[in-house]
Design a protein around this ligand. Structure first.
Ligand code: ADP
Ligand code: MG
Length: 339
């Protein structure tokens, strides 16, 4: 295909990933195809060169992709079913943060060996979560290489109603769902060789994407983001994208009982402010939405906690302590518990 006029284009032979081996690859794909559910809007799913999908008329298509690499995004000894669950969960969380309704996904698997038992266990987690959200696996790719899982998810939102990072406004209240710091707490215990508290372990291995909550927030809240890199880092993105100043009252950050039990206050606050992988939603909303948010929290049985305010039109994020003084999570505290 010639390049569009005026676009610089350099042809290079495709660096095609080595196949797992044709028979083995076919077997694995066939295992996946047999188990993948479908939906009415999948015109053609796994098996052809590409899938054919029918988006609902008048909706915007929302697309997200996330990759998990072994040893980077999950410890090497993670159970395959947990890897499968998490690979889809982190993607569904991105759609949740946009307020989108998930529909389809694709899966690129890089595997060191053609291991049918591993793929079956992986699918237990992956397809189990897909089924809970009515998401159809419509295609993908299977290659040999270091263990790595890439997933793309597709969802829908009414035109103009997606929850974006750049929509926070001065005067908004800042909210977070659930509790924060649990996944980082689990990881800290794991990497320091301690037994991992069960209440924390599940949050790391099997995060709950807040899909229904994200949908319910559409029209009520301004900016929204999911917490993958840590509350402070992710809210800083909102502050930057929206050009606003956000003050977070650090002592207000919601903590689970398990986290409170496992760590002293300084360590816990550090985990809550900076720990990633919680996949909670963090959003800013006008005061007029408060009553509706309280109702949603009770109806969905998901705690929603007000943790701060959007104060001014200058892009910055400040964490404040109990006395309202700027608080910087200490790196020393972090190293203390991770080492
Ligand atoms: P091609 O060489 O045309 O890309 P592949 O052999 O890679 O074909 O894939 C055959 C079919 O299987 C395609 O429909 C593809 O989307 C699907 N597929 C391959 N790997 C996966 C996977 N890991 N998960 C879901 N579908 C897959
Ligand atoms: Mg392919």
């Amino acid at each position: 295909m010639p390049p569009p006029h005026g676009v610089r284009w350099k042809w290079a032979p495709a660096a095609r990933a080595e196949s797992v081996g044709s028979t083995a690859e076919f077997d694995l794909i066939e295992r996946i195809r047999r188990r993948a559910a479908t939906r009415d809007d999948v015109v053609l799913g796994i098996g052809d060169d590409a899938a054919i999908l029918q988006p609902p008329p008048g909706q915007q298509l929302v697309v997200a992709m996330d990759t998990l690499n072994t040893g980077v995004h999950f410890p090497e000894e993670t159970a395959p079913a947990d890897i499968g669950w998490k690979a889809l969960a982190v993607n569904l969380s991105d759609l949740a943060a946009m307020g989108a309704m998930p529909a389809w996904c694709t899966l690129s698997l890089s595997l060191p060996h053609s291991d049918a038992a591993w793929v079956d266990a992986f699918l237990d987690g992956f397809l189990g979560l897909a089924q809970m959200h009515g998401v159809a696996l419509v295609g993908g790719d299977t290659t040999r290489g270091p263990l790595s899982v890439s997933v793309t998810v597709h969802g829908f939102v009414a035109p103009g109603l997606a929850l974006r990072r750049d929509a926070a406004r001065v005067g908004d209240e800042v909210w977070v769902s659930g509790t924060v710091g649990d996944a980082a707490g689990a990881l800290a215990q794991w990497t320091s060789g301690q037994p991992v508290a069960s209440g924390l372990r599940d949050r790391l291995d099997r995060p709950t994407p807040r899909v229904a909550l994200g949908r319910a927030l559409v029209g009520l809240v301004h900016a929204c983001i999911d917490i993958s890199d840590g509350l402070a880092a992710d809210l800083a993105h909102v502050a930057q994208a929206s050009g606003v100043s956000i003050d977070v009252h650090a002592p207000a950050l919601p903590a689970s009982e398990a986290l409170v039990k496992a760590f002293d206050v300084p360590r816990r606050m550090h985990l809550q402010a900076t720990g990633g992988d919680d996949y909670e939603l963090c959003f800013t909303a006008p005061g007029a939405s408060r009553a509706a948010l309280v109702r949603i929290a009770s109806e969905m049985a998901i705690p929603l906690t007000s943790i701060g305010t959007v104060t001014a039109a200058t892009a910055q994020l400040r964490l404040l302590d109990a006395a309202g003084r700027p608080w910087v999570p200490s790196r020393a505290g972090y190293e203390h518990f991770s080492g």
